[in-house]
Design a protein around this ligand. Structure first.
Ligand code: HEM
Length: 435
């Protein structure tokens, strides 16, 4: 069925492509560090790696993980301390906090399997303390570092801090584990209309830091950067936020309504490697919104580009926010109520062989660009058990004529495997690195 005149036209953005700035740090250095224990057994105990007996006792906390009951997260009465240990890393199914820092790190030239294990053990041990609002003890500082925790969190509390670690496609080459890289972790393909800045994409390691306190997220990022001294360098970092009720994005839309059962974001099944079972894959896209253009559109045009009402997020086919979208509904003249190029039609599982993903995005506003337009949009994060049957086919379809995409620019892109949850006394990706 053809679209009517008042339906948004398909096609590319009308804004010209614009240069993208960077907040990336330079590449890794090769400064010498104390070697992590090597050896044929690939057993990297806390004591041997940290050279600090008894540090395993620093680990603690319960194993329960706060789980959002639906795709719509509701911070509600969530406790200030979110358990670090459990079957899944916190920060996938747990409700989003008000602030996030995403950071990707690249290993230095000397990295090997043992040194990677030492870094992940150091980071894990620090995260266990930080999520409880505790300072990082001097024993965890990396060899050669003269810096220390200055007590920034004192008084701030963890504010629902979660720390989530991910491994990029090149992690496996850098650690001599190339054959262990899952096929699903191949670098993402490029999509039409992509305007990616490689300095702000990809990376060997991901750290997602969520908290309700911007001071906490900033300090925790600095802490991980300090603990990586001599081993890995910050490649890029991005800061985002959510609305207090978690509902709207910067385009004014109610966002996150039709998310799948969160458990569907997890890697399961007998073929999943032990280090990944219960984990996930996260696609990160920094998507700038052409807000100055979007804001001038007639409200009906904005709603038809999406397929939902702005006021309450209900489908244009009627009902309330959680009423299913009726993609078959037509007007008396036979024209589809949900435009043929509407975002919710093209992104729907029914249009993509059942593809789903848990969208857990964050708004960002990084000031103005040189041309005076807002450098603002969505840090789009999609969690799924396999990007080849989740994000990739959906983005392929959206990039071929989604009405919303006319007002969006994909500026950076990354994919990470997010290992299984961590048990007390263990560290992230331990079974991969010691297997
Ligand atoms: C800045 C970029 C984007 C914005 C502002 C945006 C906004 C929205 C909004 C407001 C909804 C309707 C409410 C909801 O169900 O959450 C929605 C639905 C959806 N979006 Fe996006 N979106 C963006 C990018 C993407 C991308 C890149 C993908 C995947 C490649 C995607 C996949 C989906 C899916 C799967 C749905 C649910 C469709 C359904 O089953 O009803 N979105 N989006």
């Amino acid at each position: 069925m053809p679209a009517t005149d008042d339906q948004p036209p398909a096609g590319g953005a009308t804004d010209p492509p614009l240069p993208v700035g960077t907040d990336a740090a330079p590449g890794p250095d090769a400064s010498p560090v104390r070697a992590a224990p090597a050896g044929g057994t690939h057993r990297f105990s806390r004591r041997s790696v940290l050279a600090a007996g008894g540090l395993a006792a620093l680990a603690g906390g319960g194993v329960a993980t706060a789980v959002a009951p639906s795709g719509r997260d509701d911070a509600g009465d969530a406790p200030a301390v979110i358990p670090f240990h459990g079957p899944h890393q916190a920060g996938i199914l747990t409700p989003r906090q008000q602030q996030v820092r995403l950071a990707a790190f690249d290993f230095g030239a000397r990295t090997d399997r043992g040194r990677a294990a030492a870094l992940l053990l150091r980071w894990t041990s620090a995260a266990e303390r930080l999520v409880r609002g505790e300072a990082v003890p001097p024993e965890l500082e990396p060899p050669g570092s003269r810096a220390a925790d200055t007590g920034v969190l004192d008084g701030s509390g963890p504010a629902r801090l979660t720390v989530t670690f991910g491994l990029g496609p090149h992690f496996f080459d850098r650690t001599g584990l190339t054959t262990a890289r899952p096929e699903a972790l191949a670098p993402l393909p490029s999509f039409p209309e992509d305007q990616l800045d490689s300095a702000r994409g990809d990376g060997d390691l991901l750290v997602q830091i969520g908290s309700d306190d911007a001071l906490v997220t900033a300090h925790v990022l600095r802490t991980f950067q300090r603990l990586a001294h001599g081993e890995a360098k910050l490649r890029w970092t991005m800061a985002g936020f959510t609305a207090a009720d978690g509902r709207r994005n910067l385009m004014g839309q109610v966002d996150g309504t039709n998310n799948p059962d969160p458990a569907k974001a997890l890697v399961t099944g007998p073929d999943a490697p032990a280090w990944l079972a219960g984990g996930s894959y996260v696609v990160i896209r920094r998507i700038r919104m052409l807000l100055d253009h979007w804001d001038t559109l007639p409200p009906t045009h904005r709603e038809q580009a999406l397929g939902r009402r702005t006021a309450d997020g209900a489908p244009l086919t009627g009902g309330t926010e959680h009423t299913p979208v009726d993609l078959t509904a037509t007007r008396p003249d036979g024209v589809p109520v949900i435009a043929t190029n509407a975002h919710v039609r093209l992104a729907a599982p029914a249009s993509n062989n059942g593809a789903t993903m848990l969208r857990r995005g964050w708004s960002y506003h990084d000031g103005l660009r040189p041309d005076g337009t807002p450098d603002a949009g969505l840090l789009f994060l999609a969690w799924q058990p396999d990007p080849r049957t989740g994000f990739i086919p959906v983005q392929r379809r959206l990039s071929r004529g989604d009405a919303l995409s006319r007002y969006l620019v994909h500026e950076s892109s990354a994919l990470f495997a997010v290992p299984a949850g961590i048990r007390p006394g263990g560290y992230v990706a331990q079974t991969l690195l010691e297997g």
